[in-house]
Design a binder for this molecule. Structure first.
Ligand SMILES: Nc1nc2c(ncn2[C@@H]2O[C@H](COP(=O)(O)OP(=O)(O)OP(=O)(O)O)[C@@H](O)[C@H]2O)c(=O)[nH]1
Length: 870
């Protein structure tokens, strides 16, 4: 069976005959005749040759890549009508932009090119493999057949021997048996051969089939590619023609890529041609109108401009801003970026959104009705504020009530001969100014309590300044007149010095002698307040959605969040939906100051409101809204913003901004709050600064005082947009924290001329680079030792920043500078060190100063040159 011709062999292996002949010739089997018989020996020689030469073709490659793959990615946009189906010519002109939708199309193409020589070599290689396999199989089959034949011959010889030994008579039978057996014996010899050859043929057939299928696949692939390339060429030329035609009409066509992607999905032909009409390639850069809220994330902004976030981040880097995709950026930065990227920014103010939601803007409109005044009581410590408020509440509110007032409600309403009055039950100017700083000016009249036996004291002065800064009239309650040592005239004189002039002296301030303890004169005081209010002609709109201000709020175990609200306009009713700060809710119940349920609360009425989602802050505005959903939406949005947003927006004045504000004609007055170590220097500094006023700019000191800068000063500066100046004094911890939170800048000086120069530069717009002091560390003196070598050593703990050996220092006692100089020594245990960081103890020797005391603070600072910018 293995003795077939070369041609047959070639056909069986499906290898081209020429290639088989060439291989045979190379193997030394010189036979050009395809019909010559191919013996097993020939096959062996051929197999040996093929095995030797196998793989040689790979040698000698020049290392150049045998194939290259090209990848290409293109983007386009399809503008489609949302209706989809109708694609009438001319319909586009009438379609509103809102009905169009844009589809971004990205087409990825990948093409692999293979060297021709490589393909050919691969085909030859394949053939060689096939030949090798077939030859090996043939030879193996031939060897097996030879073995079988040898075994059969041996069996025959044994049988012959047995025959010779058998009897003649039995020879017939034996011959029959033997002849029966023979074929049976012969069969095993011939059968395996037959089986082997069938399996052989089948295997060969299968191999040949798979080879053929593979080749066909390659062919098909080539054909497909050729057809695709042809189709693409055709399409492109069509599109070119179409583009030319449309350009003639002044219109662009869609990108070819776009259609490819589209037509791949849908049926080709008419539909794709019609679709083609819908895509417009912009002829000029697309300028988008981008809405910019107060804060927006980078990703959101990129989306609004229809650019990739990565591109936007790149642009930001160019501008020197590093940001991540989820980072929120402020409105100014966003505007800059949008402009930079060629689009039109549109600023969206939160107020606009609120107006859009509530349909309200500014003051409510409607008929105005008169309303009672809202009164705040201020005065120096122990002058009787609380006693006075208690007396009024007891006498006026609780009178006749069985249980009296069970709990404090933050505000209450009382009647006087001249009408109703609403008292805020939080005495002192801190709450007053803090509320004002939050944008809630609720007080109409300030009652200034001055003890007749004590006269005007520092907080009396402060209260006057705060009231004045807020533009609120004062009624003076000259208290404690029941005391023997009381001297009401002294109060008049001292307040007169502060330009609070009594009516009887020709001024406009009512002075009412009274006693909060005995109640004497309190009725007169109430009348005086009512009279003052009459002069103010206070009005409110009653017929509008209710608005108010939160006076205080607390969490009640049984009732949930409880807020005392002072109604300003409109009437708040039970069941109203309200929003306050970032809280919202439905008014579940309204209570008056006695804790009794009321149905409604009108202007200047304090009411306890139950039903809010959480605790609003004092000073938050309260608004009644149409439906709860809107309230919730707005509350959620407000919650997203930082709680202190309003405070931050309402920054105190800052030197850098003064000049630009003046240029914008926004500010013609510069307010100052000045605190200093001693009265003399405060006066001198204030006077020098006020004297800088000229025709265009007026500089006013709205508050001056001795001592550390406190929270109240920060609030006042914030509320009055004033510069907060400390001369040889510092802000205390609380004030520092508040200043940081609210963005109030603190200006510390030790030399009057520095302050004058800086303010002068600020208002004249000549902000030269200047040297500023920056406090870098603060140490608290815990103990003081004496050392024979080093003199006085202060055992300190560095509580903030870092104290450096070579930097200048100041010694502060009760936040007042008592010494300025340098360090003699800075030690940790026995070692001299260059610096000591926060949280570490150290020993400090102050040069030329031997009066450091426990409790003092040592402030370490550095002088830095700052390029001022406007
Ligand atoms: N004799 C007399 N004593 C008074 C009068 N008013 C208040 N007092 C007393 O003065 C002290 C201080 O009164 P408060 O009402 O606590 O003073 P305050 O201004 O509220 O003080 P602070 O809450 O600490 O700011 C108390 O002992 C009162 O009893 C008054 O009219 N006559």
């Amino acid at each position: 069976m293995s003795q077939n011709t070369i041609r047959e062999f070639a056909e069986r292996t499906d290898v081209p005959l020429e290639r088989v002949v060439v291989q045979l010739r190379e193997a030394g089997v010189a036979s050009d005749d395809p019909d010559a018989v191919l013996s097993d020996a020939d096959k062996e020689a051929l197999l040996e040759h093929l095995r030797k030469t196998h793989g040689r073709s790979e040698e000698g490659e020049d290392g150049a890549p045998s194939q290259i793959t090209l990848k290409r990615r293109s983007h386009s946009q399809l503008k489609m009508p949302s209706g989809g189906g109708e694609r009438r010519a001319g319909a586009r002109g009438t379609r509103s932009p809102a009905s169009a939708r844009t589809v971004n199309v990205e087409v990825r193409k990948k093409r692999t090119y293979v060297k021709r020589s490589v393909v050919e070599a691969e085909a030859a290689e394949q053939d060689v493999h096939v030949l090798e396999r077939v030859l090996a199989d043939d030879l193996a089959a031939a060897a097996a057949a030879a073995e079988e034949a040898a075994a059969a011959a041996a069996a025959e010889a044994a049988a012959a021997e047995a025959e010779a030994a058998a009897a003649e008579a039995a020879a017939k039978e034996a011959a029959v048996v033997s002849s029966d057996k023979q074929p049976a014996d012969a069969e095993p010899a011939s059968e395996p051969e037959a089986e082997a050859s069938i399996a052989d043929i089948e295997a060969e057939q299968a191999k040949a089939d798979s080879e053929a299928a593979r080749k066909k696949e390659i062919e098909d692939e080539k054909e497909r590619k050729r057809l695709a390339a042809e189709a693409k060429r055709e399409r492109e030329s069509e599109e070119r023609a179409a583009r030319k035609a449309s350009r003639g009409k002044g219109k662009g066509r869609k990108k070819p890529d776009g259609r490819t992607a589209r037509s791949a999905r849908g049926p080709a032909g008419a539909a794709s041609t019609a679709l083609q009409q819908e895509f417009e390639r912009p002829t000029a850069p697309v300028v988008r109108d981008v809405q910019i809220p107060e804060s927006i994330t980078v990703g959101e902004l990129a989306q609004r401009m229809s650019v990739k976030a990565a591109d936007l981040i790149k642009e930001m880097m160019k501008q020197g801003v590093m940001a991540t995709i989820n980072q929120a950026i402020d409105q100014d930065t966003a505007i800059l970026l949008v402009e930079e990227m060629g689009h039109r920014p549109h600023v969206v103010r939160e107020e606009d959104l609120e107006e859009a939601v509530f349909g309200r803007s500014g003051e409510p409109e409607g008929e105005k009705v008169s309303r009672p005044p809202v009164v705040t009581i201020m005065g120096h410590v122990d002058h009787g504020k609380t006693t006075l408020l208690d007396y009024i509440r007891r006498a006026k509110v609780a009178a006749g009530e069985a249980g009296g007032i069970t709990q404090h409600v933050g505000a209450y309403r009382v009647s006087s001969d001249r009408g109703d009055l609403t008292f805020l039950d939080t005495p002192g100017h801190e709450a007053f100014t803090a509320m004002r700083a939050r944008g809630a000016q609720v007080t109409d009249v300030v009652v200034l309590v001055v003890a007749a036996d004590d006269g005007v004291m520092p907080q009396t002065e402060e209260a006057v300044k705060h009231a004045r800064a807020a533009g609120v009239p004062i009624v003076v309650a000259v208290n404690k007149i029941d005391r023997e040592d009381s001297d009401p005239d002294r109060v008049k004189t001292e307040l007169g010095a502060l330009e609070v002039i009594p009516e009887e002296w020709g001024g406009d301030t009512q002075f009412i002698p009274c006693s909060a303890l005995t109640g004497e004169g309190v009725e007169d005081l109430l009348s005086a307040i009512a009279l003052q209010a009459e002069l103010l002609e206070l009005t409110a709109v009653q017929d509008c959605p209710a608005t108010g201000v939160v006076v205080e709020s607390s969490l009640d175990r049984g009732r949930g969040p409880v807020a005392t609200v002072l109604i300003r306009n409109g009437v708040l009713r039970q069941g109203d939906n309200i929003i306050s700060g970032s809280e919202y809710g439905r008014v579940r119940a309204l209570l008056d100051e006695r804790g009794e349920r009321i149905e409604e609360a009108g202007p200047s009425t304090p009411a306890v409101v139950l039903g809010l989602s959480g605790l609003p802050e004092a000073g938050d505005e309260v608004l009644a809204v149409e439906d709860e959903k809107k309230a919730r939406e707005l509350a959620d949005r407000r919650r997203e913003k930082s709680r202190d947003k309003r405070l931050q927006a309402q920054k105190a004045a800052n030197m850098e901004e003064i000049f630009s504000q003046m240029q914008d004609q926004e500010v013609k007055t510069v307010n100052l709050v000045v605190k200093g170590d001693v009265q003399g220097s405060v006066e001198a500094l204030t006077q020098s600064l006020v004297n800088l006023s000229n025709e265009e700019v007026r500089i006013t000191a709205i508050s001056t005082g001795v001592g550390a800068i406190n929270e109240s000063d920060v609030n006042l500066a914030l509320a009055s947009e004033a510069l907060l100046i400390g001369f040889n004094v510092r802000a205390d911890a609380k004030a520092r924290r508040l200043a940081q939170e609210t963005g109030v800048e603190l200006y510390y000086y030790s030399i009057i001329y520095d302050a004058i120069d800086q303010l002068k530069a600020a208002i004249s717009g000549m902000l030269e680079p200047e040297t500023q002091e920056q406090i870098i560390g603060l140490a608290e003196v815990r103990d003081v030792f004496r050392s024979s070598q080093l003199g006085q050593i202060a055992g300190c703990l560095v509580v903030d920043g870092v104290v450096k050996r070579n930097n200048p220092i100041r010694v502060l006692r009760d936040s007042v500078v008592v010494f300025e100089g340098a360090l003699e020594s800075l030690r940790r245990f026995k070692d001299d060190v260059k610096e000591v960081r926060s949280g570490t103890e150290c020993g400090i020797g102050v040069k030329n100063y031997n009066d450091v005391r426990p409790g003092d603070q040592i402030e370490c600072y550095e002088r830095i040159t700052i390029q001022r910018s406007l």
